[in-house]
Design a protein around this ligand. Structure first.
Ligand code: NDP
Ligand code: MG
Length: 389
């Protein structure tokens, strides 16, 4: 029996993880659930899964959650610091990091510190502070099992292989809803268009990141740290059908891929059950339904966020942290129709130019850069003078 802390249980990954858990009550027990402000869903989940504790990080929601669970033996905590405490409990074996954004970093670091196994969906943790996170995990002998589908694919391809024999990894990207479009089209798109992803149903932030290809840029940085690769060993290919979830090419030229229908429950289940595979009734891929699986180069000129993320990866230091912070701000602004689709790249680039570069940042430096970059990007959004197209 694995006892789990599900951080971000009310999100897209969190709710799908609970479906996986509900299908295998003999294998998984829920010890902790956390949400930011969705008190209604959090209490519903708590009544069903009976964790030892719930954390609602938005402190204004504490009373309502506390009252709703007052008849049950479930501890209720509030505030971001509570997350870093509950993940350390002896009764927790594995922590699923499914919070979105920089907000997920500290609880994962605390869980690593306490020696917990990590199932990691929150890619921003590795984008921002991958070097520190992976070094800490190595020191504590903590396993980080990827949940992100591309990284799960690579991880599955690496089973039984020597990681030193990786020549390169190739991440597949669906291309999102605007694949093949040019700037004259993108200049007019609104959040409602960008939220229509062709293959995956996900939280709002990652759905916008998929439409801008920032998601793939973040995933390149995530892959670099997870698998200990050099920048030039991480590539991206557009694969609109999202059936091949990524490739590993080994030093003898052999390529392995993992494939299946796009359904996040599979990588979530793989990460939670690792090292075992569990039988399930998820829909199966049928070759007859796909007479063509295609591959293409990403259009870095149109989808500049991917180029910016590559640049940040190559520059290193606090640059990916700055990129991520600016991106979180502009995506939020785009979702509320305060900036245009193409302006997002402009504002991220300007923020990367503005914030001081630190080549070997400490955790404090990352916090500082994140803070500075958010303030600067928010100012750009407020002034909104960047309509260059
Ligand atoms: P969602 O937006 O659907 O869910 C985010 C979760 O985090 C919710 O439970 C939310 O609580 C909580 N949360 C939001 N802000 C904070 C905060 N400041 N402090 C604490 N908790 C917070 O996101 P997704 O599930 O789509 O994504 C989660 C992570 O997984 C992201 O890093 C994403 O990149 C990654 N991922 C997601 C995939 C997907 O298919 N969705 C695929 C691969 C990776 P509340 O509901 O109360 O707001
Ligand atoms: Mg992914």
């Amino acid at each position: 029996m694995k006892r789990l802390a599900i951080l971000g249980s009310t999100g897209s990954i969190g709710t799908q993880a609970l479906e996986v858990i509900a299908a295998h009550p003999e294998l998984f027990a829920v010890e902790v659930l956390s949400a930011h402000s969705n008190a209604v869903l959090l209490t519903e989940q708590a009544k069903r899964f009976r964790p030892n504790a719930v954390v609602v990080t938005d402190t204004t929601k504490y009373e309502v959650v506390k009252r709703a669970l007052s008849n049950l033996p479930i501890k209720v905590f509030s505030g971001a610091e509570s997350l870093t405490e509950v993940v350390r409990w002896d009764s927790v074996d594995t922590v699923l990091g499914a919070i979105v954004g920089f907000a997920g970093l500290h609880s994962i670091l605390a869980a690593i510190d306490a020696g917990k196994e990590i199932a990691l969906a929150n890619k921003e943790t590795l984008v921002v502070a991958g070097e520190i996170v992976m070094a800490h995990a190595a020191e504590k002998r903590v396993r980080i099992i990827p949940v992100d589908s591309e990284h799960s694919a690579i991880f599955q391809c690496l089973a039984g292989e020597n990681w030193h024999t990786i020549e390169k990894v190739i991440l597949t990207a669906s291309g999102g809803p605007f694949l093949g479009k040019k700037t004259n089209f993108l200049v007019n798109v609104k959040a409602s268009h960008a939220l229509q992803h062709p293959n995956w149903t996900m939280g709002a932030k990652i759905t916008i990141d998929s439409a801008t290809l920032m998601n793939k840029g973040l995933e390149m940085i995530e892959a670099k740290w997870l698998f200990g690769l050099k920048n030039e060993q991480v590539e991206v290919v557009i694969h609109p059908q999202s059936i091949l979830h990524s490739f590993v090419q080994f030093n003898d030229g052999s390529i392995k891929a993992q494939m299946g229908l796009p359904d996040m429950k599979l990588p979530i289940q793989y990460a939670l059950a690792f090292p075992h595979r569990l039988q399930n009734d998820f829909k199966r891929f049928n070759f007859r339904d796909f007479n063509k699986l295609s591959f293409d180069q990403p259009d870095l000129k149109t989808f500049r966020n991917l180029a910016l993320a590559k640049e940040a990866m190559e520059k290193g230091g606090n640059m990916p942290c700055i990129l991520n912070a600016a991106n979180e701000i502009v995506v939020q602004a785009f979702l509320t129709n305060r900036v245009g689709f193409l302006e997002m790249s402009e504002m991220i680039e300007k923020t990367m130019e503005k914030i001081s570069f630190v080549s070997s940042p400490s955790l404090q430096d990352y916090e500082h850069s994140d803070h500075e970059a958010r303030i600067y990007a928010a100012e750009l959004v407020k002034n909104g003078q960047l309509s260059v197209y």
